[in-house]
Design a protein around this ligand. Structure first.
Ligand code: PEP
Length: 250
């Protein structure tokens, strides 16, 4: 675990306007952040360049989505090249809100991940089960299916550009955080999958972060778990408490 740099992402979702996003970024710039934690924030697409210009260079910026084709007649979409050209080096792919509300498939998400990495971006690759799937004991099957789709597209080396975000759908935006044991159990299974399906290097080095109602109150206990390498934070990333989550290990 020591070898893996702790990673905290902030997903603003469809929240904020120029004024509020400017104030969030300025607060982060001024805060004392654990220098050993990698921090990446993800504002709505319209504010990516504003955020990149304002944020301290040590803070990464991620798009919340990208398209899998390089260019062309795809009204409303944004390409990998356009993100890279705007100095946006990260992208969140496969967030459950896009899987569930926008009906994105495992295969589409895997193709976007491939396109992003080929175009030089790093990817926060989101997976996770619904409440129904958990109650039917299908959690590991579901995350394995989601990971296998990506493994079909990516070369083994390309996994070093991936951070896996395990986000149980029932915990996202609900205030219902997974227990530390529930998170660790799935993270350990994902790490085992990396060893079996990708490589020993990926098993040792790929960060697996937890998302789903992470707060300044529950982050410290989660951060201590062997296979929890950080967090993807939604609601709390809009608040000053985000700094406490970034600093969960100090
Ligand atoms: C998310 O959007 O990735 C997320 C985990 O949301 P929240 O922290 O609000 O549950």
């Amino acid at each position: 675990k020591m070898a893996r740099q702790f990673f905290v992402g902030g997903n603003f979702k469809m929240n904020g306007v120029k004024e509020s996003i400017t104030s969030i970024v300025k607060n982060l710039n001024a805060a004392k952040l654990d220098s050993t934690t990698e921090v990446v924030i993800s504002p709505p697409a319209l504010y990516l360049t504003l955020t990149r210009e304002l944020a301290d260079p040590k803070i990464g910026v991620a798009a919340q989505n990208v398209f899998d084709k390089p260019n062309g007649a795809f009204t409303g979409e944004i390409s990998v090249e356009q993100l890279a050209d705007s100095n946006i080096n990260w992208v969140v792919i496969g967030h459950s809100e896009r899987r569930v509300i926008l009906k994105e498939t495992d295969e589409f998400i895997a193709r976007k991940t491939k396109a992003a990495i080929e175009g030089g971006l790093s990817v926060i690759f989101c997976i996770g089960e619904t409440l129904e799937e958990r109650e039917a004991n299908k959690t590991i099957d579901v995350v394995t299916r989601q990971l296998n789709a990506a493994a079909k597209e990516l070369s083994k080396e390309q996994w070093d550009k991936v951070v896996i975000a395990y986000e149980p759908v029932w915990a996202i935006g609900t205030g219902k955080v997974a227990t530390t044991e529930q998170a660790q159990e799935v993270h350990a299974a994902i790490r085992q999958w990396l060893g079996a399906s990708v490589s020993a290097e990926a098993q040792a080095n790929v960060r697996i972060i937890y998302g789903g109602s992470v707060s300044e109150k529950n982050c410290r206990e989660l951060a201590q778990k062997e296979d929890v390498d950080g967090f993807l934070v939604g609601g709390a990333s809009l608040k000053p408490a985000f700094v406490d989550i970034i600093n969960a290990r100090i």
